[in-house]
Design a protein around this ligand. Structure first.
Ligand code: ZN
Ligand code: ZN
Ligand code: ZN
Ligand code: ZN
Length: 298
């Protein structure tokens, strides 16, 4: 489900033009800063783009773009409303505005002069540019991997205003994401796999601070499958099946079958002998490296 006012074939056109833009300007990292992107478009000059900051814009709009044959595009920003770099939620509106103007350019709305268009056509172009901007700044894969428990922080992370993020979720028919994301996730790496008693993130080793809520949600696969007693199903070193092995070490190569905290092996250590999950690089209880990590099994 998407913006239901835009016909399906136009939504497909938006996706196509978005893909072209992403590959043409080599956008590989999100979030996207559309002021930087406009500067890159200006430098590339194909089509020619000029950026202007002005005090006089019709209807006190945030920005507008015009097209002049043989000259190219002129993107005008309202100096009174333009604040960059973005700090507050309302500053980040400018990022959406810039993405919207990029949308008009990419979708080639401006090649035909406004006076030749009906009100309805112009209205539809505005909706399309908004949809283009939303898909550029908040692509599905970003939307589906964020934690909306931290709604304001998530909007800041995506470099959009809270209102823009809310609208995007509504247009996607996915406001349920905001309600359903109560899951803990690591502020640093986005890991969502925690034991109930974990005090450290087992992927990045950062202390879990209850007051900091993570933004990204990342599922780190169980690299070394274990049974419910946290014994590896097969030896992580030599691959021998361990189902009948009652010892804590592989009978063939001597590797430990548990992903122990490395504190377990420290002479005179504090005796942390916690057995960690199969994907843990760091001990959930004390943050030290795990045995699997130390032995480079992960
Ligand atoms: Zn517009
Ligand atoms: Zn982490
Ligand atoms: Zn072995
Ligand atoms: Zn430990």
């Amino acid at each position: 489900m998407a913006n239901s006012l835009i016909p399906r074939h136009r939504l497909e056109y938006i996706d196509l033009k978005l893909k072209e833009l992403i590959s043409r300007y080599d956008i590989v990292k999100w979030p996207v800063d559309c002021i930087e992107l406009l500067i890159r478009m200006k430098e590339k000059g194909d089509p020619p783009v000029r950026l202007v900051s002005t005090r006089s814009l019709e209807d006190d709009a945030d920005a507008c773009t015009i097209y002049i044959k043989d000259e190219g595009y002129i993107v005008k920003f309202n100096r009174n409303r333009f604040r960059y770099p973005f700090v507050t939620s309302s500053d980040r509106r400018t990022n959406f505005t810039a993405a919207h103007e990029i949308g008009h350019i990419a979708l080639e709305h401006l090649v035909i002069p406004a006076r030749l268009k009906s009100r309805l056509e112009s209205r539809m172009e505005e909706l399309e540019a908004d949809e283009f901007a939303a898909r550029l700044l908040m692509p599905d894969r970003l939307i589906f991997t964020c934690n909306y428990h931290a709604f304001a922080a998530t909007a800041a992370y995506m470099k959009v205003s809270r209102a823009a993020l809310r609208r995007r979720l509504k247009n996607m028919g996915r406001t349920d994401l905001v309600r359903s994301c109560g899951k803990r996730c690591c502020f640093t790496c986005g890991n969502t796999g925690f034991s109930a008693f974990a005090r450290f993130c087992c992927i990045c080793g950062e202390a879990i601070d209850g007051s900091k809520r993570g933004i990204r949600r990342v599922v780190y696969p169980a690299m070394i499958p274990q049974d419910r007693y946290k014994r590896a199903l097969a030896c992580p070193k030599c691959g021998t099946a361990l189902e009948h092995n009652k010892s804590e070490r592989c009978s063939i190569c001597g590797t430990y079958v548990f992903n122990y905290c490395s504190g377990y092996f420290e002479p005179g250590g504090d005796g942390c002998a916690h057995a960690n999950p199969g994907n843990a690089r760091y001990c959930e209880m004390c943050g030290r490296k795990t045995y699997y990590h130390r032995e480079s099994f992960l």
